[in-house]
Design a protein around this ligand. Structure first.
Ligand code: NAD
Length: 484
């Protein structure tokens, strides 16, 4: 089965397994909802545990052939996938808007970012190097080769349905691994479209299998229990990451975890306020605030607080809200539960004394809208500073010294990304080094780049995606002791 939801783009709605599109073994399907209207727009096959095991079988049959495929040939296929995705960027972006809700501009940005992972890893596929060292005794050589780790289970979230898939598939394929992709149940169509692009690009049957399923826990457990599966790469919430790490531990499976964030954004007293406002707008509002990298806590030095709050509030108030395909700057949140959660966090902050500068209320239904919101005077201890907001709400908090800002920024179990604004680069670098995060943006609100190692410390994750590091996650180093 397939859908023509987007003109000019036929999207299969079954499971991709061994190069064929097949229904779920029990015939089950589940609905995909448009967050802008709360209406059902498609239904897709709901993979069962038997389907999951059949996917492992398909990935296993293709594994040896793909690992033995020349790196140049793997690169050629990935580059073809980049070209196909780029040719269809507007259609894929529209598909993302329809099932995820984000603005068309954000969706187009995501498709371009997503396609770049195919191009970057096409370029990396032919540069997987090993090493030869001399043993300290001088008596022999230490040879290290990098081999594909084996079958990988890839589990992705709904907030970047294309980019989170390609950020895993690109390096896995470049390294010579075969994969099973389990996309988020909110956004399976984009993952299926990516699967179709890869098949068209010439990926051999069984190398990429796509398994939408609402039985996430059961299918993941079944796949991880198969001894042929050697890798788990997960992007999603810290809570689900913890559960999956426990399952992976039972089988000692190599695990990469891209988990939740609670990013602090620091505006130091010598910051260019206009640059800080522009950076905060991107860091907060890309994807309508539904990003792991979203600025969750905005710490502003007392000297620039009034100017920053006024300019930032005005910029937030000027954002248009509406369906992503109607040209709105901010689309709906992904579902009703997301709106409830954001509303609860705002109410808690206001009850504790926060002041609403702009917004602070749900939008008009039937879609799942929330107004872009700025909260000032947010007290330490408010729930909103401890939890991922995942919506268009920005709490602003005051500080007096760099040390205080660093202490507040680090007072969280998360450590994905942080942002620092200052005209003094040496000062910004000193603060960056003291921040407990895997990434720091200095005077800019975006850190994502396919060529850079993306990932978190503390409970924001394990491992890195993107860059050279991203490919190493799909390899094992084999040491061969050589006497010659
Ligand atoms: P989620 O954890 O609810 O779901 C992520 C994926 O896991 C989905 O495919 C879901 O179906 C699946 N899943 C849910 N329960 C499972 C289980 N018990 N076993 C196996 N799979 C299961 O996250 P979400 O709501 O889709 O995404 C939002 C979260 O993702 C946020 O916390 C965000 O910060 C995080 N995120 C992190 C990054 C990063 O790179 N660090 C990037 C994007 C999103």
């Amino acid at each position: 089965m397939s859908t023509e939801l987007v003109a000019g783009l036929t999207v299969p709605t079954d499971l991709l397994r061994g190069g064929a599109w097949v229904g779920a073994q029990d015939g089950g399907r589940f609905d995909v909802i448009d967050p802008a209207t709360a209406e059902t727009i498609a239904d897709v096959a709901n993979g069962t545990v038997a389907d999951a095991l059949a996917s492992v079988e398909a990935a296993a049959e293709a594994a040896a052939g793909w690992a033995a495929t020349a790196p140049r040939e793997r690169a050629r296929i990935l580059l073809r996938a980049f070209d196909l995705m780029t040719e269809r960027e507007e259609q894929v972006a529209e598909l993302i808007v329809r099932e995820n809700g984000k603005s068309f501009t954000d969706a187009l940005g995501e498709v371009r970012y997503a396609a770049e992972f195919f191009r970057w890893y096409a370029e990396e596929a032919v540069r997987v190097s090993g090493e030869i060292r001399t043993a300290p005794s001088g008596a022999n050589r230490i040879m290290v080769v990098r081999q594909p780790i084996g079958i990988a289970l890839l589990i992705t979230p709904w907030n970047f349905p294309a980019a989170m898939a390609t950020r895993k598939i690109g390096p896995a394929l470049a390294a010579g691994c075969t994969v099973i992709l389990k996309p988020a149940s909110e956004t399976p169509l984009t993952a299926l479209a990516v699967g179709a692009i890869l098949a068209e690009a010439g990926v051999p049957d069984g190398v990429v299998n796509v398994l939408p399923s609402r039985r996430s826990g059961a299918v993941a457990a079944a796949i991880l229990a198969d001894p042929r599966v050697r890798k788990l790469s997960f992007t999603g919430s810290t809570e689900v990451g913890r559960t999956l790490l426990k399952t992976a531990a039972d089988h000692v499976i190599s695990s990469s975890m891209e988990l939740g964030g609670n990013a602090p954004l620091l505006v130091l007293e010598d910051a260019d306020v206009d640059v800080a406002v522009a950076g905060a707008m991107v860091a907060k509002m890309r994807n309508g605030g539904e990003a792991c990298t979203a600025a969750n806590r905005i710490y502003v030095h007392r000297a620039v607080l009034a100017e920053f709050t006024e300019k930032f509030g005005a910029a937030m108030a000027a954002l248009s809200v509406g369906p992503g395909m109607d040209g709105a700057a901010v689309g709906p949140l992904v579902n009703a539960a997301a709106v409830d959660k954001v509303d609860e966090l705002v109410s808690d902050a206001v009850q504790r004394g926060a002041r609403v500068v702009v917004g602070g209320a749900r939008g008009e239904g039937p879609g799942y809208y929330y107004a872009p919101t700025v909260l000032a005077d947010v007290p330490v201890g408010a729930q909103i500073t401890d939890e991922e907001i995942f919506g268009p709400v920005a709490p602003v908090i005051t500080f007096d010294t760099d040390e205080e800002a660093i202490r507040l920024a680090n007072a969280t179990e998360y450590g994905l990304v942080a942002y620092v604004f200052s005209k003094d680069l040496a000062r910004a670098l000193r603060v960056s080094e003291a921040l407990e995060s895997g990434m720091v943006g200095i005077n800019r609100g975006v850190v994502s780049d396919p060529a850079a190692p993306f990932g978190g410390v503390k409970q924001s994750g394990i491992g890195r995606e993107g860059g050279h590091e991203g490919l190493l996650e799909y390899t094992e180093s084999k040491y061969i002791a050589v006497d010659w």
